[in-house]
Design a protein around this ligand. Structure first.
Ligand SMILES: [Zn+2]
Length: 241
């Protein structure tokens, strides 16, 4: 039987449950949002992909046995924040919403660790591993503190209408110091080392404004520790069709 990765951290995560569950390493509800309910997403940047071209993958196959039932259930509460976040971002969706940024951050942390434990995460640096501190944050109430912590950016303010999910490392020749998730033209950056944290385009918006032909829609983001990395307090996205 495969082992639950939380069993390596039983002092903080508690004892394991009786069975190993086969679960999506990216929450199924979120994959459905990204796929526009087609159950197929385009993936780029996975460890098994030799080239950068995205590949269509059925959601049903994106599963692995990395957590026991008890530890898996303990982390499902973060899925709702991620689902709301992607529901808002999805092109042609029309809703105003409010998302707990700290829960969203935990969801990305859970996903990053899940990808790593499933050996899906590509590392350009041999011997790369995620530090124990990240696992501690996942299983405890604590929030990540600067210079760690989720930030959001957009490379172009207009929407990418695809169902593409790209995960890529930021690295130098010795270390990987963060991963970036890119979905619907929005980049979510989760740094875990303090190196070279000088990306001014990344910050924690207090809200995201989506400008569409039907008017503006707003997602408020609530951060427990209130940190913003730049004086700008919002991110503007433009949907042009
Ligand atoms: Zn467990």
């Amino acid at each position: 039987m495969k082992e639950c990765f939380a069993s390596r951290f039983s002092l903080i995560a508690g004892e394991c449950g009786s069975t190993i569950s086969k679960e999506h390493y990216i929450s199924e509800a979120v994959l459905r949002e990204i796929s526009w309910n087609t159950n197929i997403v385009e993936i780029a940047g996975a460890g098994w992909q030799p080239t950068p071209e995205p590949k269509s993958i059925g959601i049903g196959s994106m599963v692995s046995k990395i957590l026991c039932d008890k530890h898996n259930n303990g982390l499902t509460s973060y899925d709702a924040a991620a689902k709301s976040f992607f529901q808002f971002l999805r092109p042609r969706s029309r809703l105003n919403t409010s998302v707990d940024g700290s829960n969203l951050e935990k969801w990305f942390l859970k996903t990053l660790i899940g990808l790593y434990e499933s050996k899906v995460l590509k590392s350009p640096v041999p011997g790369f591993s995620l530090q124990n501190e990240l696992y501690a944050h996942l299983f405890q109430e604590s929030t990540l503190t600067f210079p760690m912590g989720l930030t959001i950016a957009t490379s172009t303010p207009t929407f990418n209408m695809g169902t593409e999910l790209v995960v890529g490392p930021y690295f130098n020749e010795r270390e990987v110091f963060s991963y970036v998730f890119k979905i619907f033209s929005v980049e979510i950056h989760l740094p875990f080392l303090a190196l070279n944290l000088s990306y001014p385009q990344y910050f924690r918006p207090l809200h995201i404004l989506k400008r569409t032909k039907d008017g503006d829609f707003k997602m408020e983001l609530n951060w427990k520790n209130g940190m913003t990395l730049r004086p700008e307090t919002y991110l503007l996205l433009i949907e042009n069709e």
